[in-house]
Design a protein around this ligand. Structure first.
Ligand code: UDP
Length: 328
C-alpha cells in the first residue's frame, strides 16, 4: 500500500517523503509546484497538480493503492496571510475540503495533517499543551485550525481517523545534503540569517524589539525537519494500528529569541551577520514553545537533533553547498 503525500515537493513534505522511502514505503506525491521543487522529490511517483482539481485527485486514488494520506499542501506564510487571507482560505481550506471529499469517495480514511503552532495564537501559558486554547492571531493559523476542524467532522460523519501534528519552527536540512529549505521569496528566519552569512543579503531584519521577552525579540521553538519527518511515519503507523485520532505538538520545548538565533548563527558560520531592528511583523505572537511530551509518550517520538547549534549547522551545510537552492 502507498502513502499519498500532498505537498511532498515542499520543504517539510520532501523530508517526509525521504523518510518514508528510507523506511521502504511506497510513496505517491501530489504537488502543484507553486512553492515545491521537482528535484526535492527523491523517489516515488509525482503528480504535478492542485488539490482543487477533483478529477486529478480521483485519478490518483484510482491509479494507486493508497491507504493513508499525509497532507502538507498549503500556503504557510504568516506575513503573507495577513495581506492575502483569501488566498489562504482558497488554497488551504478549500483545497483540504477537495482532498477529504476525494478520500471519502475513494474510501481512504487515514490522514496525517500538517498543522502548526500558529493555531494557538498568543499562548495562555508556556510551554503550550495540546489542550490549550486555540485563538490564532493570523489568517494562516486560522485556516490551519479550520482544516483541523474539518477533518474532525469527517471523522464524525465518515469514520475518518487523523493525527494532527502541530509543528513549531522547522529548520535544518536532510543529512544527505540532497534536500533542504528553499523558498522564493524566503521569509523564514534561519535561512534568511544564513543568506546574510553568505553575503546574499546585506543584513537580517529583527522584526520587533519591544515584545515582552528577555531581549524584546520573539521567541520560537526550533525543531529539525528530519525529526518532524520521523513523527509523520510514527503517525501513519499509529493510524494503521487502528488507534484513536489525536493531536500532537512537535517541538523541542526550548525557546530561542530572534537575537539568540542570529548570535548562534554567527558562531556556527564564523561570519559577520549584520542585524537591523525593524518594526513588528503583523500577526506574530511573542512566544511559542511546545510541550511535546504527549507525542513522545503516545507516538514514541524521540527528536534526535535537538541542539539549535546542530540544527543551524545542518541548515548551513545545505545553504553553503546550494547557495541558489534547487536552482544551483
Ligand atoms: N523574523 C525576523 N526576521 C526575519 C524573519 C523572521 O525577525 O527576517 C522573526 C519573525 O518575526 C518570528 C521569528 O523570526 O518572530 C520566526 O519567523 P519565521 O517566519 O521563521 O517562522 P514563523 O514563526 O512565522 O512560523
Amino acid at each position: 500500500m502507498a502513502v499519498l503525500v500532498t505537498g511532498g515537493a515542499g520543504y517539510i513534505g520532501s523530508h517526509a517523503v525521504a523518510a518514508l522511502l528510507e523506511k521502504g514505503e511506497e510513496v505517491v506525491v501530489v504537488d502543484n509546484l507553486q512553492q515545491g521543487h521537482r528535484e526535492a522529490v527523491t523517489g516515488g511517483r509525482l503528480y504535478e497538480g492542485d488539490l482543487r482539481d477533483e478529477e486529478l485527485l480521483d485519478r490518483i486514488f484510482r491509479e494507486n493503492e493508497i491507504d493513508s494520506v499525509i497532507h502538507f499542501a498549503a500556503n504557510s506564510l504568516v506575513g503573507e496571510s495577513m495581506k492575502l487571507p483569501g488566498k489562504y482560505y482558497h488554497n488551504n481550506v478549500y483545497g483540504t475540503l477537495c482532498l477529504l471529499e476525494a478520500m471519502n469517495r475513494a474510501g481512504v480514511k487515514r490522514i496525517v495533517f500538517s498543522s502548526t503552532a500558529a493555531t494557538y495564537g498568543e499562548p495562555e501559558s508556556v510551554p503550550i499543551r495540546e489542550t490549550d486554547r486555540t485563538e490564532p492571531t493570523n489568517a494562516y493559523g486560522e485556516t490551519k485550525l479550520a482544516m483541523e476542524k474539518m477533518i474532525r467532522w469527517f471523522e464524525t460523519a465518515h469514520e475518518f481517523r487523523y493525527v494532527s501534528l502541530r509543528y513549531f519552527n522547522a529548520a535544518g536540512a536532510h543529512e544527505s545534503g540532497k534536500i533542504g529549505e528553499d523558498h522564493d521569496p524566503e521569509t523564514h528566519l534561519i535561512p534568511i540569517v544564513l543568506q546574510a552569512a553568505l553575503g546574499q543579503r546585506p543584513h537580517v531584519s529583527v522584526f520587533g524589539e519591544d515584545y515582552p521577552t528577555e531581549d524584546g525579540s520573539c521567541v520560537r521553538d526550533y525543531i529539525h525537519v528530519s525529526d518532524l519527518a520521523d513523527a509523520h511515519i510514527l503517525a501513519v503507523e499509529r493510524l494503521r494500528r487502528g488507534e484513536a485520532s489525536a493531536v500532537y505538538n512537535l517541538g523541542n520545548g526550548q525557546g530561542f529569541s530572534v537575537k539568540q538565533v542570529i548570535d548562534i548563527a554567527r558562531r556556527v558560520t564564523g561570519r559577520d551577520i549584520p542585524a537591523v531592528i525593524e518594526p513588528r511583523r503583523s500577526g506574530d505572537p511573542a512566544v511559542l514553545i511546545a510541550a511535546s511530551d504527549k507525542a513522545r509518550a503516545e507516538l514514541g517520538w524521540n527528536p534526535r537533533r535537538s541542539e539549535l547549534e546542530a540544527i543551524i549547522a545542518s541548515a548551513w551545510g545545505w545553504h553553503r553547498a546550494r547557495p541558489q537552492g534547487y536552482r544551483g
